[in-house]
Structures are given as C-alpha cells and as structure tokens.
Design a protein around this ligand. Structure first.
Ligand code: CAA
Length: 380
C-alpha cells in the first residue's frame, strides 16, 4: 500500500495550489462580500483545465481520475470555497452522469463545451418538498410527440445563475412507486420555459450561485432524456456518490485552511508571556485538527479510488463526507476559539471559514443522511 500521491497528481496539486494562492487568495473575501465570483476566475480555471479534469481527452478534457479532482478541489477550497463548490458541482454532478449515462450524441454535444468551461453545469434535484427525501420530487415531464414537457420548481441549484446546462430530475410515471417513476433530462439554458428564480442569500459560500430554477411548460426533445426512462432516481443517487466525494474534498480544504490559520496565530499571539501555542490546551486542539484531517483525507482518497476503479462506493463516499464535513466544522470551531475575539471579526478570514464549513454538513446529503446510507449498507 502506497500512501504517496502519484507524480502527475503532485504536479496538479502544486499547480492548483499556486493558482489558488496567487489568484483566488486576493479575491476570496471579495467573492464572499459581493456574492459572485470574479469573471476572470472562470477563464483561469479553464486554463488550468479544471472544468474538464475528468472528461476524456477525446472530448476535450484532461481524462484524469476522480482522485485528481479531489486533490484539485482540496487546494481550491483551502483558499476559496465558493470557487471550490462551483467546480465540484460542474464536474461531479453534471459531467460525471453524462460520461456514465449519456448517448454518444449527448457526449459529443455537451462534454467538449463542459470541458472548456464554455458551458457550466448544474444539478436540479431538490424541491421545496423533496430535500432529504429526494424521491418525493413533484416536477413532472409529460411526453408530447417527440418532446417532453417539464413543469415544476427546483431549489438550491448550485451554479443555477450562470449554468448553460442543467440536469433535471422529473417524474415521468405518476403511477409508479416514488423512486421508480423519475427520469433525468439534460435541459439547456435557452430552453423556452426555463427561467431562473430567486437567488439565495446564504450564510457561507456566498460567492457561489444558488438559485431556483423554474420550469413552465419547458419543452425538450426526446434525445435529451439522460439514461433510461424512469431510471432517473438511480442516476441521481449514483451521481451523488461522486458529488459527496467532491464535497468531502471541499471540507478537507476548508479544514486545512483552519488548521494552518490556527497554527500561524498560535505561534504569533502571545499571552501570559509566551506564544499561546505553547499552552497545552491550544497544542492539543492543533493535534486533534491535524489528526482528524489526515484520517478524513484517507477516507476521501479511498472513496475516489474505488469510484475510479468502477467499484461500488456508496458507503465509502458517505463515510468520507461524514468524516470530512464534521472535521471541517470541528476545525473551524477550534480555529475560531484559538483566535478568540479577533476570530469573531472580519479582520481574519476565520469567520468566513466558519460560515463556509457549515454547508458541507448540509448539501449533497445532510450528515444524518450520510449516517442513514452507512447504516443501511451495514445492515443490508
Ligand atoms: N446508486 C445507485 N442506486 C442507488 C443508490 C446509489 N448510491 N442508492 C440507492 N439506489 C437505488 C436503490 O437500490 C433503490 O433501487 P431498487 O428499488 O431497484 O432497489 C432506489 O435507488 C431507491 O433507493 P432507496 O429505497 O434507498 O431510496 P430512498 O427514497 O429511501 O432514499 C436516500 C434514499 C439515501 C435518503 C436518498 O433520498 C438521499 O440520498 N437523500 C439525500 C438527497 C441529497 O443528497 N440531495 C442533495 C441534492 S444536490 C445539492 O445538495 C445541491 C447542490 O447543487 C450542491
């Protein structure tokens, strides 16, 4: 068993770290304050090849494994979690299901545009009445000749405000049991009847776009059905296995930012005549943060490696997300505590890390949903 990253992933990690520190570093607070990403970030991420990192080379991507995406996401999120989630959702919730379930025509039409960043992807599953109970979706798709007509409202759509392509999960068989009558559709932004609703004002990851997507008699041709008719719920959940590994990587990045900030402050800040890091109470916090982060990273890499090997990883992805997201929040809390009153102001980025970390325990399956998935697998 080798715990070292392969050479090509070390190069990617270092390139993304360099970009994140030099370009995203000065922008991260602005993204948070102005609730949007700076336009140059989209081009910068394209130059780095991050929009198509896992898309095969024949479709214009880099053809790298999910493990590479994890490594890149940790580095992006260490500096700017708003940028990090934008890249994670694009790759793992839209690129991934098209690669896995798309027809040749769907792949050749959409993957090159996704890989270049010309078209950003979004995933529309959640509705007002279908959050943790994702199979409760009420958005409908009705067949009309060679088309499908979609009606409903999706909420909490990451990248919703600027995506060029949405994967929408809609009920195609109202008579079937909940999870059995749902299909997945690729819905381009310019589809008549698709519009962008409210933009959410969030506690953290404020620079990322989170919107409602309204579908009012939105008409898409039958060749935009993704995967089998009524087979959409399994696509949604199998896609989320990958998405959860992405959010776990985000959590690692935020947690690492907290650990590094805490170490810096513990060395600089003096009380009672010495740097506070010399007090055992502070040193132990650093030790626990570091240990939990390293343990979570091993779970994330294991889940990504299983996914890359085409093996089942539902439980391992849930374990990775559970461990990494709770660790990120633990680290954010301890980091803020070490900073004391200063950490509670915006003089330090710690308060942003604290707000950004919180969402990792909520989206792409809340912490208790990860526990439910793990427990069901253990008891199956
Ligand atoms: N891969 C493939 N198939 C799967 C699967 C997986 N990971 N998990 C379950 N399935 C299959 C099951 O085998 C079952 O099929 P059969 O009936 O043929 O056996 C079918 O899907 C239904 O499964 P369940 O009976 O387990 O379904 P359920 O209704 O009990 O729900 C759940 C299970 C785990 C609670 C699921 O609803 C869930 O994950 N909920 C959380 C939703 C979520 O994560 N939402 C995030 C949305 S995206 C977002 O956050 C915003 C963003 O843009 C970042």
């Amino acid at each position: 068993m080798d715990f070292e990253l392969p050479e090509d992933l070390v190069l990617i990690r270092d390139a993304v770290k360099d970009y994140s520190e030099s370009v995203l570093g000065p922008l991260a607070a602005r993204h948070d304050r102005e609730s949007e990403l700076a336009p140059e970030v989209f081009a910068g991420l394209a130059e780095l090849g991050l929009w198509g990192i896992t898309i095969p080379e024949e479709y214009g991507g880099s053809g790298l494994p999910n493990l590479a995406l994890c490594v890149a996401l940790e580095e992006l999120n260490r500096v700017c979690a708003s940028t990090g989630v934008t890249v994670s959702v694009h790759n793992s919730l839209l690129g991934s299901p098209i690669m896995k379930y798309g027809s040749e025509q769907q792949m050749s039409t959409w993957l090159p545009r996704l890989a270049s960043g010309e078209c950003i992807g979004a995933y529309c599953l959640t509705e007002a009445g279908a959050g943790s109970d994702a199979a409760a979706v009420t958005t409908t798709a009705r067949r009309d000749g060679d088309d499908w007509i979609l009606n409903g409202t999706k909420i909490f759509v990451t990248n919703g405000g600027f995506a060029g392509l949405y994967v929408v999960y809609a009920r195609t068989d109202p008579e079937a049991p909940k999870a059995k009558g749902i299909s997945a559709f690729l819905v381009p932004r310019d589809t008549p009847g698709l519009s962008i609703g409210a933009h959410e004002k969030k506690t953290g990851i404020r620079g990322s776009s989170t919107t409602e997507i309204l579908l009012e008699d939105a008409r898409v041709s039958a060749d935009l059905l993704l995967g089998p008719e009524n087979g959409g719920f399994k696509i949604a959940l199998e896609t989320l296995d990958g998405g959860r590994i992405g959010i776990a990587s985000q959590a690692l990045g935020i947690g690492r930012a907290c650990l590094e900030a805490a170490i810096r402050y513990a060395k600089e800040r003096e009380q009672f005549g010495r740097p506070i890091g010399h007090f055992q109470a502070v040193g132990w916090k650093l030790a626990d943060m570091s240990t939990r982060l390293d343990a979570a990273r091993l779970l994330v890499y294991r889940a990504a490696s299983l996914r890359d090997a085409g093996k089942p990883c539902t439980m391992q992805a849930a374990q990775a997300k559970l461990a990494a997201s709770t660790t990120a929040n633990f680290c954010a809390d301890e980091c803020l505590q070490i900073h004391g009153g200063a950490g509670y102001t915006d003089d330090f980025p710690v308060e942003r890390f604290f707000r950004d970390a919180r969402i990792t325990e909520i989206y792409e399956g809340a912490t208790d949903i990860q526990r439910l998935v793990i427990a069901r697998n253990l008891l199956a």
